[in-house]
Ligand binder design. Structure first.
Ligand SMILES: NC(=O)c1ccc[n+]([C@@H]2O[C@H](COP(=O)([O-])OP(=O)(O)OC[C@H]3O[C@@H](n4cnc5c(N)ncnc54)[C@H](O)[C@@H]3O)[C@@H](O)[C@H]2O)c1
Length: 312
């Protein structure tokens, strides 16, 4: 099958592309604003890579494509703004127009748990969506637009509302941030908020496995799935794991002082941050998905990955 991945040189994208090349002809479109060509270099012989900005017309790249994985976006909740909102919506419109014109059969979109806003924990897919950040608002708006196209043009759609995804090739997020900060200053670690922000973390390999199970088994025209682990951990615990792993790998000599910024709105890292997040993943579990590890285990593995790429 001919498959196209937008944002395929990014963190999740490069891991997905590696898996998809096992059985498919894969096309990657990425402008490398966040991703790196090195991430897909090892399997570049099986991939057609185009360094292209999706703000442009991309119809020609979609010729003969059956399945589109739409990942390209600005992944930062903290830095999202009205500008990133409209930019990512524009990208999504261009991807949808190209899909419609080339009669794509299926589109799979990486949405986010942030569409729910501050909902009750163990949030199911049918919970009300009340985003509190531009990032969450963008994801929900993109879901709406994709849903429109799917209904009008009979394209099967998948929205994956992801928890925090971590692991190989990550270039942003709390783990990367802590490792980077401690490599520069081993005396003190500045932690945004009060350290009690408690969320679900999932390894990127589990994330990809879950998305592929959903793709292969779900049959509705529009399919919405939460994707996370079954438990959560907090930012202070993550900082402690980072420190332990950096000490045991010889990158740190002693435990640094933790300096909490206090944050905004009762200890959040930034405005629009969600203090606690845990998704109900039973819908995907019924199709056979089971996270390989807990949030804490996934964090420890991701810290080791990040440290080893730092040592290279
Ligand atoms: N990492 C997470 O925890 C997480 C959680 C929820 C949702 N998501 C979503 O998953 C997707 C992938 O996230 P990621 O963490 O791998 O981020 P990432 O930044 O590593 O990947 C995004 C990729 O999109 C590319 N891109 C951005 N704008 C582009 C444009 N205009 N044209 C072409 N390419 C462009 C970037 O270069 C990058 O390679 C994003 O849609 C993100 O919002 C991620």
């Amino acid at each position: 099958m001919k498959v196209l991945v937008t944002g395929g040189a990014g963190f999740i994208g490069s891991n997905l592309v590696e898996k998809l090349t096992e059985k498919n002809e894969v096309i990657v479109i990425d402008n490398l604003s966040g991703g790196m060509k090195e991430f897909i270099e090892p399997f570049l012989d099986k991939v057609k890579f185009y360094k292209v900005d999706l703000l442009n017309n991309v119809n020609d790249y979609f010729s003969g494509v059956e399945e589109v994985w739409h990942l390209a976006a600005d992944p930062s909740v903290k830095d999202s703004s009205i500008q990133t909102f409209f930019r990512d919506l524009e990208i999504t419109k261009n991807v949808l127009e190209a899909s419609r014109k080339n009669k794509v059969k299926r589109i799979l979109f990486t949405s986010s748990s942030t569409v729910y806003g501050e909902s009750k924990l163990n949030t199911p897919e049918n919970c009300e969506t009340k985003p509190i950040s531009f990032y969450g608002g963008t994801k929900l708006s993109c879901e709406s637009l994709i849903s429109n196209y799917c209904s009008l043009y009979k394209i099967q759609g998948f929205f994956f509302r992801l928890a925090n995804i971590i692991g190989k090739n990550s270039t942003h997020g709390v783990i990367y941030d802590f490792v980077r900060k401690l490599s520069k200053n081993e005396e003190e670690l500045k932690i945004l908020g009060d350290g009690k922000q408690t969320k679900s973390y999932l390894s990127v390999s589990d994330c990809i496995n879950g998305m592929l199970i959903a793709r292969d088994k779900a049959k509705d025209l529009i399919n919405i799935f939460n994707l996370g682990s079954n438990d959560k951990t907090n930012v202070k615990e993550i900082a402690e794991i980072v420190v332990e792993e950096m000490i045991s790998s010889g990158l740190l000599q002693k435990k640094p002082k933790f300096k909490f910024t206090g944050g905004v709105d009762n200890g959040k890292g930034w405005k629009g941050d969600i203090k606690e997040m845990l998704l109900d993943i039973s819908k995907l579990e019924k199709l056979g998905f089971k996270p390989r590890s807990s949030s804490k285990q996934a964090v420890r593995e991701a810290v080791r990955e990040t440290i080893s790429s730092y040592q290279l």
